[in-house]
Design a protein around this ligand. Structure first.
Ligand code: ATP
Ligand code: PRP
Length: 325
């Protein structure tokens, strides 16, 4: 009987998520033939779902833990515990308009549409977030007070402000302006899709990455809590490991103090004597972004630099769920 039910995302963040799972659990099987995959741990039951559905399903307790984008947690207003930023699937949520529009900000656009009595049409997959964001805008408040923008889907229309309409998009959102809508609220990663559709950003709303989330009741169950703490340790090990390099270098005895002094990045290195008299091996973990800076220093003082990418660095002593009751 599995201890923990785990929902993982299908779609844009699927590949990067599975790479992370493979690095964390060493083994993932069954992918490709079914939406149910197996990690190296039989106590974790994994299912692949759309990331848009995962926040609500975790909140409801259908799953104890899940991986999804922060953008969809916000959109679903899901009451879940965010346990770990996985630092993958990084996107920005933006409001974009045709490059030919004269507006430089959302404020300017809303004010102008209101002044001239035109209806502002926005397309988005993120209906709640778009509505909340528009309502929090100063020009919107000035023109329409607290009225909700009208949200239009194939099934229903909600909201009383007919002067600002938000149309549900099922994708290809960037293709809709200028004919169908005046603006879009969408995510951008490289900016290519916006540029190819002659759109410019007039407002950056938020950044989103994929995160590990948990059901709040599951965190109160002692057995599940232990398993979830193990999952955080394994995943955090990969997230942290990706920022580090494991280096080995040989150094002559007389250069050793200088090497250790000149390279503050070398925290708590292991120094061991080599079989050849007068030589030592230095073995340590450094931040990836320090590497280029320290290579010239090492070149003058040491020999035989070996560089490895750690698969995981597990902060075993730091993981606990004390903050989550
Ligand atoms: N380049 C990207 N494009 C789309 N979503 C991305 C991207 N990078 C990260 N994500 C994240 O992935 C999640 C949405 O993934 P999903 O693949 O379901 O979206 P989609 O683009 O609407 O799907 P699809 O193209 O398969 O219909 C969101 O949390 C989003 O922030
Ligand atoms: O800034 P970029 O690197 O160009 O990426 C952003 C685009 O990628 C996604 O679309 P996707 O390909 O998933 O298709 P969709 O619009 O139909 O969802 C997203 O919805 C943006 O449209």
């Amino acid at each position: 009987m599995p201890t923990v039910k785990f929902a993982v995302p299908k779609g844009s963040i699927e590949e990067v998520t599975f790479k992370l799972l493979e690095q964390a659990w060493q083994h993932v099987s069954g992918r490709g033939r079914t939406y149910r995959v197996k990690l190296g741990d039989p106590e974790i039951d994994v299912k692949i779902l759309r990331p848009q559905e995962i926040p609500t399903y975790v909140q409801e307790g259908f799953y104890d833990v899940g991986i999804t984008g922060r953008d969809w947690i916000l959109e679903a207003k899901a009451d879940v515990e965010v346990l770990l930023d996985l630092e993958i699937g990084r996107v920005k949520q933006v409001i974009a308009v045709p490059s030919s529009f004269p507006y430089k900000s959302l404020d300017e656009m809303i004010a102008d549409f209101a002044k001239t009595g035109r209806t502002l049409r926005v397309s988005s997959e993120y209906l709640t977030t778009t509505s909340m964001h528009l309502k929090s805008n100063a020009a919107y408040k000035k023109a329409y007070g607290n009225a909700d923008p009208m949200i239009i889907t194939p099934w229903l229309r909600v909201g009383e402000n007919k002067k600002v309409e938000i149309f549900l998009s099922f994708g290809a959102t960037e293709a809709k302006p200028p004919e169908d809508v005046d603006a879009i609220f969408d995510i951008t990663e490289t900016g290519t899709t916006l540029a190819q559709n002659n759109l410019k950003i007039i407002d950056t709303v938020a950044e989103s990455t994929a995160v590990l989330v948990a059901n709040k009741k599951s965190l109160k169950d002692q057995t599940k809590r232990e398993k979830i703490a193990d999952m955080i340790a394994l995943l955090r090990g990969v997230v942290d490991g990706r920022k580090k390099l494991h280096i080995f270098v040989n150094v002559k005895k007389e250069n050793l103090p200088k090497l250790l002094k000149e390279l503050p990045a070398l925290k708590r290195p292991t120094v061991s004597p080599l079989s050849e008299d007068g030589w030592f091996g230095v073995n340590t973990v450094i931040d990836k972004n320090e590497f280029i800076r320290i290579v010239p220093k090492m070149r003058k003082l040491a020999q035989g630099l070996v560089v490895l990418e750690p698969k995981q660095i597990l902060p075993l002593d730091e993981i606990n769920l004390d903050g989550y009751s």
